[in-house]
Design a binder for this molecule. Structure first.
Ligand code: SAM
Length: 222
């Protein structure tokens, strides 16, 4: 059984998750960069990351996440069009972190609205297609000699501005996750091995008691 203190911690973290704040990585393939982005997402309270993998070079999740994969879901897409359309269809504004002429200072965006931050590949940046499909471009002002930041650093700078705005708006003080998703994720976090057995059998997870104990009925034995 999960120990009660850990169960409380899992509940607390889930209750601060922000399902309407996310990132899209466009062919970001270096495992250490994806890993750093996912780790930052966990710290900021991002529930799921969207990774576009048009070149089939994406490392497996276990290679990249170094533990954070347990806490942040990864949705993968074969192309950027599907990823952006999916999020825009769910009322997200997609802002490309992109060093273009139209880009505005990243602090000018209202991140309390449903927001996806699009990040480009290490070498080539955001593609023209992705830039065109986005709702706007944002830039982190660069006042030194180099033109750009490492992609995971850029992700962190923008995400922590989003966190600052959401903290100020009290968005971490109320639960934003849908109740079913909250309970399902809580079970998976508390009992990953048992959850896998239920998934394999195509059965719903059992209900958890107040301290995280599994409440078995005759119908839901794994
Ligand atoms: N040569 C690439 C270019 O011209 O876009 C640089 C790519 S940069 C190493 C990788 C990604 O990090 C970019 O596509 C962008 O998403 C993000 N990034 C890096 N520095 C940024 C900045 N100052 N403002 C906004 N995004 C930035």
């Amino acid at each position: 059984m999960v120990i009660p203190q850990r169960y409380k911690k899992l509940q607390q973290v889930l209750s601060k998750r922000q399902p309407d704040l996310t990132v899209i990585t466009e062919d970001v393939h270096k495992p250490h960069n994806l890993s750093a982005i996912i780790r930052t997402c966990d710290a900021v309270g991002v529930f799921a990351v969207n990774a576009v993998n048009s070149q089939s070079k994406m490392p497996t999740y276990s290679q990249v996440a170094q533990g954070s994969e347990k806490w942040v879901q990864l949705h993968t897409y074969p192309n950027i069009t599907d990823a952006i359309a999916n999020l825009q269809g769910s009322n997200f504004k997609v802002y490309a972190a992109h060093l273009s002429k139209e880009a505005i200072d990243y602090r000018k965006i209202d991140y309390t609205q449903p927001t996806a931050i699009l990040l480009g590949a290490e070498k080539y940046g955001v593609t023209q297609l992705a830039a065109d499909l986005s709702d706007g471009h944002i830039i982190i002002p660069m006042l030194g000699m180099v033109q750009s930041l490492n992609v995971s650093v850029a992700a962190a700078v923008v995400l922590f501005e989003a966190q600052r705005q959401r903290l100020a708006a009290g968005m971490y003080d109320r639960v934003s996750l849908d109740g079913d998703i909250f309970n399902k994720t809580l079970f998976e976090w508390a009992y990953p091995d048992i959850a896998a057995i239920y998934r394999q059998k195509g059965e719903a997870y059992p209900v958890l008691g107040e301290d995280g104990e599994i409440l078995l009925t005759k119908d839901n034995h794994p």
